[in-house]
Each structure stands twice: as C-alpha cells, then as structure tokens.
Write a protein that binds this ligand. Structure first.
Ligand code: NDP
Length: 297
C-alpha cells in the first residue's frame, strides 16, 4: 500500500491565504499592518535566495517588509545597534537575522539581543525556555510547520511513539518539545545513538532532521507510520545535474508509511508560511489582540 503524500506546498499556500485574510482584518478593524524586518549580513548565495523569497511573500500577504542588507565586514556593535533600533520601532513586529552570520560575530549574542516578543524565528533564549517549559513562546518556524502538518494529518497524537532524528537547536530539540506538548512519547536520536533503525521501527511518528541524503531506510519505518522529512540535501543527478532529496529514502518509505512528506514540496514551503504566521501572531500579541486561530501552538 502506498502512503498518503502530505502536500506541504498546498498546505503552506493555505496558511499564507489564512494569514493574508487576518492581516486584512487587522488593517481594517484596528489600523495595524504587521511588519517583518529581515537582516542579512554579507552575501551568502543561499541566504540571498531565502531573504528574497521571504520579502516577496511578506508583501504578498499584505504585511510590510523591511530589508536590511549589511556588508560582510559590518561590526557586531553596528549590527546590535540596528537590532536595538528595530526593537524600538513600533512598525516592526517581527525581526529575523538571517543565519549564518559572518565568522567574526557571536550569533548567540546577536539573537539574544532581539526583543523576544519580536523574535519570529523563536531562537532567543527566552523563547527556547518558554517552549521547553510548555509556556506560550515564539516557536521556531520549521518545527512549527512540521507540527501543523502532523496535527492536520493525525489530529490527536496523545500516547503515540515519536522519534526525532537530529538534536539541533533549530529543528530537532524544539520539535521534540512540541511533540511532548502533544503528549507523545518522544525519543531523540543523534550521531551517537546506537541502532537508530531499531528505535525508528517503534515509532508511529518519525521526524528526520539530519542532513544526510536517504539515511532513513524504508525497512526502518513501522507500517502505517507518519514520516516528516525535514532534510534538504543536494545530490548529483543524471546528466551532470543536481536534485534535492530528503533524509528519508522516499521511494522505499512510501511503500510502508501511512503518510509521508516529499522533498521538495513538503516541510520546505511550510517554513516561510510559519514565519509569516509568527509575524502575525507577534503583531496581535503586541497590540493585546487575540492570537490568530490555527496558526500558533
Ligand atoms: P544540524 O547539522 O544542525 O543537525 C544535524 C543533526 O543530525 C545533529 O543533531 C546530528 O547529531 C544529527 N546527525 C548527523 N549525522 C547523524 C547520523 N549519522 N545519525 C543520526 N544523527 C545524525 O542540522 P539542522 O537541524 O539545521 O538541519 C537538518 C536538516 O534539515 C538539513 O538537511 C537542513 O538542510 C534541513 N533543514 C530544512 C529546513 C526546511 O525549511 N525544510 C530548515 C532547517 C533545516 P549530533 O548532534 O550528534 O552531531
């Protein structure tokens, strides 16, 4: 039996249109336009692409986009001064500093200088602590997108066995906290885990965030499990071209799983949609308004 393919592209488009509707209502009813500031230091090619598409989609949903491009040699003090200015600007509800930062900067110090209520990436230590203690936080966009897809597909996840493969601060750890919040029994695997296949075989929910092409094999997957593939890996394809694949061996896993996300077209599009949702949430919270329904945890 072939798995249901969870269409992240369509789901992300639906989230963006729900965000757009609520942005329009905020403007009409309260005269508020949510604003997202994106700061890019240097000229990393992949970051340029992300920043451009973030800016375009921000405008498409009716929000204000503020882009700040700083040269590679910008000092950390100058970047911190810009962040202080954005923290104080009432037109800016969300601030995102595109990572990675140049090597001479301390990324933790920079991220922790952002006002946590404007930290739409959810990386500030306060938001990490709030999420870890089950309180209202800004939730990192990629895990939030994964959770939304899981909720949509599975509904109640209480009591299910879940495994998160990868323990990064950006994906693995927050994902594990979110699944705990859904009352799953959560395991976290990483490079030192012994016999990952064995742990994966017990799981009803598998979230793979490793960065190793097709590492998770089809015969590791429990029949009927839901598989969320966060990995984005560029591999060589025929004719000297390249293509993107996930961390899961999709063709084999889809024969066993109950549902699975493809790469591309799964988690990827959800990340920017959730960034927009977080910016809307931040604008509502900043103005003491109810949070947008179905767009937060
Ligand atoms: P990191 O490199 O920060 O973390 C990778 C994790 O995988 C680490 O915890 C590492 O373990 C673990 N790992 C590495 N090798 C193995 C192995 N052989 N067996 C088990 N675990 C292993 O990556 P990120 O979390 O930032 O990203 C993971 C993937 O997700 C990447 O492909 C990235 O491109 C993608 N990604 C996709 C996004 C999207 O929008 N769809 C957004 C963010 C990331 P250890 O800690 O022991 O080293």
């Amino acid at each position: 039996m072939s798995a249901t393919i969870i269409d992240g592209k369509a789901f992300a488009a639906d989230i963006r249109s729900r965000v757009a509707e609520q942005v329009a209502a905020l403007k009409t009813d309260h005269g508020i336009t949510p604003g997202l500031a994106v700061v890019l230091v240097g000229s990393d090619a992949a970051s340029e692409v992300y920043v451009r598409s973030k800016g375009r989609m921000t405008v498409e949903v009716g929000m204000e986009s503020f882009e700040h491009r700083l040269p590679e040699e910008t000092s950390e003090a100058d970047l911190l001064a810009l962040i202080a200015q954005l923290n104080a600007d009432p037109a800016v509800h969300g601030i995102l500093v595109q990572l990675p930062l140049p090597g001479h900067m301390n990324s933790d110090a920079v991220i922790n200088a952002i006002d946590p209520t404007k930290d739409v990436d959810g990386f500030h230590i306060s938001n990490v602590g709030l999420l870890g203690t089950g309180q209202k936080a800004m939730v990192p966009c990629t895990p939030l997108g994964c959770l939304m897809m899981l909720r949509e597909h599975l509904g109640d996840m209480s009591g299910k066995e879940a495994i998160v493969i990868g323990r990064s601060n950006i994906v693995g750890k927050p994902m594990a906290h979110l699944l705990l919040g859904e009352s799953c029994t959560v395991s976290i695997a990483h490079s030192r885990t012994k016999d990952i296949a064995d742990v994966v075989r017990r799981a009803d929910i598998v979230v793979a965030a490793v960065g190793r092409p097709k590492m998770i094999k089809g015969d590791w997957i429990k029949p009927g499990a839901t598989v969320i593939d966060v990995g984005i890996n560029r591999v060589e394809a025929e004719g000297g071209k390249t293509r993107l694949v996930g961390d899961v061996d999709f063709d084999a896993a889809r024969e066993v799983a109950g549902a699975i996300t493809p790469v591309p077209g799964g988690v990827g599009p959800m990340t920017i949609a959730c960034l927009l949702a977080n910016t809307l949430t931040a604008a509502c919270r900043a103005n003491g308004l109810p949070e947008p329904e179905g767009l937060t945890v």
